[in-house]
Ligand binder design. Structure first.
Ligand code: GTP
Ligand code: MG
Length: 455
């Protein structure tokens, strides 16, 4: 959608939804002058044609289609995020407080269908669960950045589809981030600065001082100045209410000076005078949520919902999503012009990218082949080395075995010789013994005979 058309639609929607008066003739004249400025010839009409109903047609179409708005609440545990959402939309969204013993930050998203008059709003409230609960908070911003990018990516994927259904697509891109600052009265915490810095190119940040009833009036003024100067000195870009639209320029520029808004949330109703108002009651008095002398809640609601909701949606699409899309497409190799400043055709880009991819694939294949050959060679060398070692070991063992065998054979031979010698000696000894016995036997016989003769 081109921007004059969007401005036109915004103007008409403002008049339709928020009863802001609009001068149709002024718009038609502006449009003609714009076209004339672009070289088109201004032609007067002889009578009523009917295209002045275009704004009404757009309004009717938008109203019947309904709107969506996605809010991300970032802030430490128990800073009143849920209470503020309930107070802002005058309803009760979620019941239970979040878990605060998580190892990391998690994002929890809830979608609600709201209706005011005949306007339907699909509201998506995303909460950061466990933000600031960890001892090491270094990576606390990462899940938030990833979540925002995931929503952009989903939209980009839908846009890149051949069969797109963007008109019925549930757009989950974050339109605004309400950043809840703790009412310390001192300065921003490093966690706040780091997180806002990481988010500022991805989302419209509206910083708010939470539970501002905990801080005195004079301290609050100083705190706001301190926060603003810290944001500026750290280069954090927060969302500025637009001042280019003359119908809202004045209020928006005044409100820019009130940032960050100091808010109080409560769904409790208290009777003040003869009116029931939302307030927080304390032993010493009552803080009225919608009393501008007590806090900036009304300013926030006016700016966020009644005046700039459409601008927040538009900025998300034209600034933050556009940046994401551009970076992503550039990463993929798409460009608007070639080096000769000629329009870059999609076909050429595709072919160039395909060739580049095929080249890379071939290179990778070649590298892998080389690596494989190298690995095979290395393995072969390793196996050869192992085989050689085995042969050597075998030879060594064989030689050892032969030596051992030879030694044993020698020993056996010497033992056989010894045995033979022993046997020979034994035979000789036995012979001698038997001879001796024979000789000994004949002497005894002779002596016995002699003894007999004697008697
Ligand atoms: P988690 O989701 O658990 O991180 O908390 P939260 O940030 O959603 O806070 P929640 O709205 O649950 O409020 C926490 C407590 O703070 C409740 O007791 C609220 O009543 C109280 N509270 C909410 N808003 C305010 C406020 O503006 N001022 C004061 N003083 N207390 C508030
Ligand atoms: Mg909560």
């Amino acid at each position: 959608m081109n921007s004059p058309l969007v401005s036109l639609l915004r103007l008409v929607l403002c008049s339709f939804l928020f009863r802001v008066p609009i001068k149709r003739e002024t718009m038609a004249a502006t449009e003609i002058a714009r076209q004339a400025g672009e070289g088109a010839r201004a032609v007067p009409l002889a009578g009523h044609v009917g295209f002045d109903s275009m704004p009404d047609q757009l309004v009717n179409k938008s109203v019947s289609h309904g709107f969506c708005f996605n809010i991300l609440c970032v802030g430490e545990t128990g800073l009143g995020k849920s209470t503020l959402m309930d107070t802002l939309f005058n309803t009760k969204f979620e019941g239970e407080p979040m878990q605060h013993n998580q190892p990391g930050v998690q994002l929890k998203s809830n979608t609600y269908e709201l209706q005011e008059s005949n306007v339907r709003l699909k509201l998506n409230v995303v909460n950061t669960v466990g933000f600031g609960d960890q001892i090491n908070k270094e990576d606390s911003y990462k899940p938030i950045v990833e979540f925002i990018d995931t929503q952009f990516e989903a939209y980009l994927q839908e846009e890149l589809k051949i069969k797109r259904t963007l008109h019925s697509y549930h757009d989950t891109r974050i339109h605004t981030c309400l950043y809840f600052i703790s009412p310390t009265g001192h300065s921003l915490k490093s966690l706040d600065l780091v997180t806002m810095k990481k988010l500022d190119s991805k989302v419209n940040i509206i910083p708010i001082i939470a539970k501002s009833d905990a801080i005195s009036k004079s301290e609050l003024t100083k705190f706001k100045i301190k926060i603003t100067s810290e944001l500026v000195s750290n280069g954090v870009q927060i969302y500025q209410f637009p001042t280019d639209d003359e119908t809202v320029a004045e209020i928006n520029s005044t409100m820019n000076g009130h940032l960050p808004f100091a808010v109080v949330g409560s769904t409790e109703e208290v009777k003040i005078g003869n009116k029931m108002v939302r307030a927080r009651q304390y032993p010493w008095g009552t803080v009225q949520v919608e009393n501008e002398n007590h806090c900036d809640f009304v300013k926030l609601r006016e700016m966020l919902i009644r005046v700039n909701m459409e601008d927040l949606r538009e900025q998300t699409h034209t600034r933050h999503y556009e940046l994401y899309r551009r970076c992503k497409l550039e990463e993929m190799g798409f460009k608007d012009t070639d080096p000769d400043s000629k329009p870059f055709s999609l076909q050429e880009t595709y072919e160039a990218k395909r060739n580049e991819f095929m080249g890379e694939l071939q290179k990778k294949e070649e590298e892998m082949r080389q690596m494989f050959v190298q690995r095979v060679k290395e393995k072969e060398a390793e196996l050869k080395e192992a085989e050689k070692e085995l042969h050597e070991k075998f030879d060594r063992l064989k030689k050892l075995h032969q030596d051992e065998k030879k030694k044993l054979e020698d020993k056996k031979k010497s033992l056989d010789d010894e045995l033979n010698t022993f046997k020979q000696k034994k035979t000789a000894a036995e012979l001698l013994q038997s001879q001796a016995q024979q000789a000994g036997g004949s002497t005894t016989l002779k002596r016995d005979k002699e003894r007999k003769n004697f008697f």
